[in-house]
Design a protein around this ligand. Structure first.
Ligand code: ATP
Ligand code: LTN
Length: 331
């Protein structure tokens, strides 16, 4: 039987965080053995918020290297930059023309992001349509994402069904794949808010390329609660800061919450934080070593990008041709 197809992506804003790693990339690396995977650097999506051109250029290279450093294999998977496959923008336009404005008005990420931005552009508004194009171009069966992307996935499914009903079946209906643990890693300073790589305050997130010193400092300063006993217990309602740190510990170590509670019985928050910092640093050490090596050979990185983009385009062109033909355009 043919392997199922997986597609996922991250936008080129900031550097990948511990939240992206646990909520997304960790699952991506596990899926690459079993599925036919497309992992994309969503550089076009990042343009919805102003990016300094020089910084963006550098960040695209850096992001590609961060994907590979996290263990994604460019021979086993297709790992590419969105802007290298022009079919994304073309399918996005076709989908824009069947997207009800009302559906976009309901997108919570747009509502949140537009509150933070002074100039709201059309790209930010139609961002979920480009995301739908990313997924549908490759006929993805599964889309591994964090919880924040669930609503965008639902829109993708609605658009695919709507097109299939109007013009004939062109798209597979994708399913979201949301991990059981760590699908929503929270900010270190405000555990009611999602950890986000574009956060203005770097104390809120840990980047996968932060130095061990920075990682330790940020974890030690993470907000917990005022329990006088500082008991290590998983209590999402009353101890959300600690629950977040325990979730990170659990995903990275593979230990259950019960085991963590037992191992840290009688210990205080400070002790747990030191152990967590050591675990995060040791998990990121091989990633950081590999990242440094990859960034030292830009020509090699670019040649990998180009070869992978060619493979992505081969698949994307098939879907786009079919869509254009179903729409009645002259091929
Ligand atoms: P930005 O701050 O620019 O919105 P982000 O940190 O939210 O960035 P994205 O590029 O939007 O990251 O997301 C990449 C992937 O990581 C997506 O699958 C998303 O669901 C997942 N993800 C993002 N933040 C978290 C988080 N805090 N916890 C778990 N998964 C996350
Ligand atoms: N919008 C996503 C990034 C993204 C994506 C995709 C995720 C762009 N295209 C396709 C999955 C599939 C986000 O995480 N902000």
């Amino acid at each position: 039987m043919a392997k199922k197809t997986v597609l996922s992506a991250s936008t080129t804003t900031g550097d990948l965080t511990l939240g992206n790693f646990i909520g997304a990339i960790h699952n991506w690396t596990q899926m690459q053995e079993e599925y036919s995977c497309y992992y994309m650097v969503a550089d076009l999506h990042s343009l919805t918020v102003y990016q300094d051109p020089k910084e963006l250029h550098q960040r695209c290279l850096s992001f590609y290297a961060q994907y590979l450093a996290c263990g994604l294999d460019p021979q086993k998977n297709v790992i590419f930059l969105q802007s290298h496959v022009k079919e994304h923008a073309e399918l996005c336009w076709a989908l824009n023309c069947i997207t009800p404005m009302g559906a976009l008005n309901r997108m919570t990420q747009f509502k949140e992001k537009s509150q933070k931005t002074r100039e709201i552009n059309n790209g930010l508004y139609s961002y979920p349509v480009l995301m739908a194009a990313d997924i549908l171009l490759y006929q993805a069966d599964l889309v591994p994402v964090g919880e924040d992307q669930k609503q965008h996935l639902e829109l993708t499914r609605d658009l695919a069904e709507s097109f299939n009903n109007k013009y004939g079946k062109a798209f597979k209906i994708p399913e979201p794949f949301i991990g059981k643990k760590g699908a929503r890693v929270m900010s270190l300073q405000d555990p009611t808010k999602k950890m986000s790589k574009s956060d203005e305050n770097p104390k809120n997130f840990i980047s996968i390329i932060d130095s061990p010193k920075q990682i330790t400092k940020k974890i030690k300063a993470a907000v917990t609660d005022s329990d006088p006993d500082a008991k290590i217990e998983y209590d999402l309602k009353n101890k959300e800061g600690l629950a977040n740190l325990m979730t990170i510990y659990s995903v990275l170590s593979g230990d259950s919450f019960e085991k963590i509670e037992k191992d840290f019985e009688g210990k205080m928050y400070g002790h747990f934080k030191v152990a967590l910092a050591e675990l995060v640093c040791s998990s990121f050490q091989p990633v950081q070593e590999s990242y440094a090596q990859l960034m030292a050979d830009e020509a090699h990185l670019v040649s990998l990008m180009k070869a992978n983009a060619e493979r992505a385009r081969e698949r994307a062109q098939i879907t786009l041709k079919d869509v254009y033909s179903k729409l009645g355009l002259v091929l």
